[in-house]
Design a protein around this ligand. Structure first.
Ligand code: CP
Ligand code: NVA
Length: 306
């Protein structure tokens, strides 16, 4: 089987992504019934973290173990990766000793260089540019609550960051619309988002206008990991881009609220919204586990019938 990587959302086809949603549903149902399902016995996942994580580490490590595989955690501090070993050399060595690699790092080019030298599939666990596993889980969550996302409107409020870029790629692949409202100076860069055109998103100066008629309102931290030096100036610039009850009121009455977490209540979202009835953030976080189990199974075994 040819090696497939998941470095950006558009690395998989629409058909493959839809297959993953179907598999995630089956795998989740089995998990909820406490059924043992171990198709990845004797396989090893290596997880490389150059940034902090709770959900990504936990969902990959628990998910690998539940599928019968083992998971090894490496970070920059305790490995030679933090002491200047070339990414290409690390990829050659690590991929000879394991079956699958997940990386959380800074620039997308790092994960691309790793993948180009890897004998095994590589998964993006977040880079400065993208967070494809997050959006896989988010859309799976939307489908569970509201059915197909095709033709729907997703509103992104705040920073045009890695999670926003990935929503935009997903919109092109799965044919839905994204309304984006960012403060001036923080607008989307279509090229950085890896888009083909602008037909699946619209930019709004006013966050209230962006939320009008939305099926889903979503946001993320004002300052992503790696950009901490900009924290103070971002706090000022983003002050009006806090998802609140007024924004949710102009969205559709059945609109959902999502946040990839961790969240800062009182900054990008009010406590009333994130802890309110339209919020599905805990389902969203749990679904990282099920969606990534489907992804790992697919990258290692291809399509399965069982
Ligand atoms: N959403 C997400 O990726 O969370 P962590 O940073 O905790 O992994
Ligand atoms: N945009 C955030 C997401 C964290 C899961 C970051 O990159 O820090």
């Amino acid at each position: 089987m040819q090696i497939k990587h998941f470095l950006q959302f558009k690395d998989l086809t629409r058909d493959e992504i839809n297959y993953l949603f179907d598999r995630a549903r089956v795998i989740k149902q089995r998990f909820k019934r406490y059924e043992t399902y171990r198709p990845l016995v004797d396989r090893t996942l290596v997880m490389i973290f150059e940034k902090a994580s709770t959900r990504t580490r936990l969902s990959f490590e628990a998910g690998a173990q539940q599928l019968g595989a083992s998971a090894i955690y490496l970070n920059t501090r305790d490995s030679q990766l933090g002491r200047g070993e070339p990414v290409e050399d690390a990829a050659q060595v690590i991929s000879r000793m394991c079956d699958l690699v997940m990386i959380r790092t800074f620039e997308q080019t790092i994960i691309e260089r790793f993948a180009a030298n890897s004998r095994v599939p590589v998964i993006n666990g977040l880079t400065n540019e993208y967070h494809p596993c997050q959006i896989l889980a988010d859309i799976f969550t939307f489908i569970e609550h509201r059915g197909s996302i095709t033709g729907k409107t997703v509103t992104w409020i705040g920073d045009s960051n890695n999670v926003c870029n990935t929503w935009l790629q997903a919109a092109e692949l799965l044919d839905f619309n994204v309304h984006v409202s960012t403060p001036p100076g923080y607008e989307i860069e279509p090229e950085r988002a890896g888009l083909f055109g602008t037909s699946h998103f619209e930019q709004f100066d006013d966050p209230m206008q962006a939320c009008a008629g939305a099926d889903l309102v979503t946001t993320d931290v004002w300052t992503s990991m790696g950009f901490e030096d900009e924290n103070e100036e971002r706090r000022e610039a983003f002050a009006d881009w806090c998802v609140d009850a007024d924004m949710m009121r102009v969205a559709r009455p059945d609109a959902l609220f999502m946040h990839c977490l961790p969240a800062h209540r009182g900054e990008e979202v009010t406590a009333e919204v994130i802890d309110g009835p339209q919020s599905v953030v805990w389902d969203e976080a749990e679904n990282r586990l099920h969606a990534q189990k489907a992804l790992m199974e697919y990258l290692l075994l291809g399509r399965v019938e069982s």
